[in-house]
Ligand binder design. Structure first.
Ligand code: ZN
Length: 821
């Protein structure tokens, strides 16, 4: 026994664990919460002087030098994070040459070489590739949530805000843009972009706005004017709402092909995905709105996130919730033709429910022990449930009190960090009468959503909320219930204010039917009562407003999810509605519900249904509906007649509503369902493309159209190597084609390998990649065999990281809950 102890100690010494670290945080991979807390207490006034030399050729390594100045008053050795490609054997600590000790992605700075007060560390290093996103003639850094340390040595945590100085040496003719360095920034907001870009500037209201982009299509580039307008408008709106001037000195953005997010809020140098910013021909009102929301979202982050930053990434949702919440307010005036309450339901309720109804759901606020797992916190719950919660909080406190509270919060924590509890405390001061703490407990700190029933009992309307996890939680909220008394009579509404689990409201007379979530603002699973069939009919035909109808469709879909309604019944009804629909937002939701439910049909029923859908689509009077229906059909159709028609349409590119991207995706699908023509289809579509970046994407993805199973298997295996999936959207697109329904049951063999790879995907990929990977892998599957394989994986993976397992359960929900006959 003793021997072992001695060996262990020797082993520790041999690995050079510094004795002084005994009273400091453990040296471990990533950035643990303990390390972050220690450094937050003892490290201050950090300045990074960084220089990078970017070589002309992609294969060559970048070189970096850093001079890091900081104050330190701890009594343990200090860990400086660095997980780059290589570091020198030596560095200078306060002008003393020191041989670098590098453990678990940390450079250990010995206490004896550090001084109380100001320290200077100087070193040279080679950054790792991943966060540099290097292409042939450009690169962009993207560090969120915790990749800065892979590119330069730093204290990589959100609550050590530092002053940055940056010097870039770039090949001739390259443009650069970096985060605005006029103000202190956390490492995850520091970024730079360099490469061959076009540049545009604009002046709006005395501000200069700058854009870098690679797009060459003049029709798309012409949209820049609109994009600058959207940015300027968002800036003005935010200044007005927060009563704080734009906190940074410059505003610019870079539009990037194949970007892994929609956008990222580096102050003064926002990064955007090209497809969301430059729209194809005939953009739908949806797409225009989404673009505006995205620009507003990233701009709102300049205050929420960049000016005031979360203390630890467990509160990353606090910046996301305000970005989305503000974006919803900003777009309101811009699209006066749109029903924004309805749009809020569509933008947030629909995706929030899609995750919250699954076994893989989680609380808005989640624990985070180490920054290396921060990416797993992102998803529908923080992006979509959180804004719903914020609206409920606004209702609870009052609009003005919330705005005032937020102004005080931003002012108080400007250029500093704050937690959700800091915010709650500030808000409570504005609205002492509201139970903000109890509200936060149910909505923010616990998972799930209530099941809500509405019944008529003895001249009373009884509304009950139930906690599906039996914790007795109460989700405080208000919503409206509609009462229908018979045809020709107006629908009466009742306001329900759920401050208890059961609310009883007196009724003057017995209604013929109750419409549960009449205005859609109730958040939960509204289960149809006894007279549900009558309610569905009513909800549609007699609803006075679009919002009421939208809410009814949401309820109807939720009841399909609860298996209260059969797929065929749901589809027939929704299809009839869709045929008469005139509101594009409603139509788009109907299309996606129809798509989701029709995937549950067996092959024969699906083909039968799609034949009707196609005929309806081509005749639909509303262009945006026709467009959306054609888009989804062109990804899913398998019946010979519809495929033949689609083929003709694709060949002649005869539908002016469809753009180049639509035709490309249509070509990929057609190549799969018409395997004997696949080469001709792929080469024809390829010859239509001009843009070099688009051609690269096309060549990457189109390989998956090859009908040879051996080739498909080999492509799938290639995706299991991180270097072959570095362009994540392309890899996702290819995986989706390989996992398509037409290739069942062969591709069921990929399921376990794809799931097995997930830990590696999380470790090597960006934050949205695990979810996108799972969706691409699982979303087409509905078979019993696939269900069994996925269920087995879940059952045997007992010690799997819970946050990652949640992602699997979310993505597998349609497969695992499908009723198999
Ligand atoms: Zn965001």
């Amino acid at each position: 026994m003793k021997k072992t102890v001695v060996y262990l100690l020797l082993a520790l010494l041999a690995y050079g664990l510094p004795a002084a670290a005994a009273n400091g945080p453990t040296v471990e991979e990533g950035v643990s919460q303990a390390l972050a807390e220690y450094r937050s207490l003892h490290v201050d006034d950090v300045i990074y002087n960084l220089s990078f030399t970017i070589p002309e050729r992609r294969e060559q390594k970048l070189q970096g030098t850093a001079e890091i100045l900081f104050k330190y008053d701890g009594d343990a050795d200090l860990q400086l994070d660095f997980s780059g490609y290589a570091f020198p054997a030596e560095c200078y600590i306060n002008d003393k040459l020191h041989s670098v000790k590098w453990e678990q992605g940390h450079i250990i700075l010995p206490r004896r070489l550090l001084v109380q007060g100001g320290n200077v560390v100087r070193l040279e290093f080679l950054p790792a590739d991943k966060a540099l996103n290097r292409s042939d003639d450009y690169l962009y850094t993207l560090f969120v949530p915790a990749l800065a340390r892979s590119v330069f040595p730093c204290f990589d945590q959100p609550d050590i805000k530092a002053t940055f100085k940056l010097h870039l040496t770039v090949p001739q003719g390259w443009q650069t843009m970096s985060s605005d360095l006029s103000r202190p920034l956390p490492t995850y907001l520091f970024s730079f972009v360099a490469g061959r870009f076009h540049e545009a500037t604009a002046t709006r209201g005395g501000r200069t706005l700058r854009a870098l982009y690679r797009e060459s299509d003049p029709q798309k580039v012409a949209q820049l004017d609109k994009i600058f307008d959207a940015a300027a408008l968002s800036l003005d709106w935010m200044e007005h709402y927060t009563n704080i001037r734009y906190p940074f000195s410059s505003y610019g953005f870079v539009v990037l092909p194949g970007y892994q997010f929609g956008g990222m809020e580096h102050p003064g140098a926002i990064q955007f995905l090209d497809k969301t910013i430059f729209l194809g021909n005939n953009p739908t009102p949806d797409e225009e709105l989404k673009r505006m929301e995205l620009i507003a979202h990233e701009t709102a982050h300049m205050w929420f996130g960049d000016l005031v930053t979360m203390k630890w990434f467990n509160d990353v949702w606090t910046k996301e919730v305000f970005a989305n919440f503000m974006a919803s307010k900003i777009v309101r005036r811009q699209f006066p033709g749109i029903d924004h309450d309805l749009n809020f339901l569509k933008a947030h309720y629909v995706p929030a429910l899609s995750t919250d109804r699954t076994d893989g759901t989680h609380a808005i606020q989640q624990p985070l022990a180490n920054l290396k797992d921060a990416g797993l916190l992102y998803g529908n719950i923080i992006y979509h449930k959180a804004p719903i919660m914020m609206r409920k909080l606004e209702q609870l406190m009052g609009e003005e009190a919330l705005q005032k509270g937020l102004q005080r919060y931003l002012f108080k924590y400007a250029f500093k960090n704050a937690t959700w509890d800091d915010l709650i405390r500030t808000l409570m001061e504005e609205a002492p009468q509201a139970d903000v703490t109890g509200f936060s407990e149910a909505w923010v700190k616990q998972k799930g959503l209530p099941t809500i029933t509405t019944e008529v009992e003895n001249n009373q309307l009884v509304v009950r909320q139930q906690d599906p996890y039996k914790r007795g939680l109460l989700w405080q909220q208000r919503f409206k219930v509609g009462l229908f008394y018979g045809e020709g009579q107006p629908i009466e509404t009742l306001d329900v204010n759920m401050q208890q689990a059961e609310v009883r409201l007196p009724l003057a007379r017995k209604p013929y039917a109750v419409i549960p979530n009449y205005d859609g603002s109730g958040y939960g699973r509204f289960v149809n009562g006894e007279n549900s069939a009558a309610v569905e009919e009513l909800s549609w035909q007699l609803m006075p407003t679009q919002l009421n109808r939208y809410a009814a469709v949401m309820t109807y879909y939720e009841n399909y999810q609860l298996r209260q309604i059969k797929a065929g019944e749901f589809l027939n009804k929704m299809n009839t509605y869709l045929m008469n629909e005139t509101n594009p937002l409603m139509a788009s939701t109907l299309c996606s519900y129809i798509n989701a439910v029709s995937a549950d049909l067996g092959k024969h029923d699906h083909e039968f249904f799609e034949y009707f859908l196609y005929n309806d689509a081509v005749q639909h009077p509303l262009p945006s509906v026709r467009q959306q229906m054609m888009r989804s059909l062109s990804q899913t159709a398998t019946s010979p007649t519809v495929v033949a028609d689609l083929y003709k349409l694709w060949q002649q590119q005869s539908d002016p509503l469809l753009n180049e991207r639509d035709y490309t995706r249509m070509a990929w699908h057609l190549a799969i369902v018409l395997p004997e023509q696949w080469q001709q289809i792929v080469s024809t579509q390829r010859s239509r493309l001009q843009d070099a970046d688009q051609l690269r994407e096309f060549d990457f993805v189109a390989r998956a159209c090859n009908p040879d199973w051996a080739v498909q298997k080999q492509l799938f295996r290639s995706l299991l190597e991180p270097e072959n999936r570095s362009m994540e959207p392309w890899a996702t697109e290819m995986l989706a084609l390989l996992s398509c329904r037409e290739r069942e049951p062969m591709n069921n063999d990929m399921l376990l390998y794809g799931l097995n790879e997930l830990l590696e995907i999380q470790r090597t990929g960006d934050i949205f990649f695990p979810t996108n990977w799972l969706d691409a892998l699982l979303s087409a599957h509905r078979s019993q065999d696939a269900k069994r394989r996925v269920q087995t994986f879940i059952d045997i993976s007992k010690n799997y990281p819970p946050a990652l397992m949640n992602k699997i359960k979310q993505a597998a929900h349609p497969l695992l809950t499908r009723a198999h006959d």
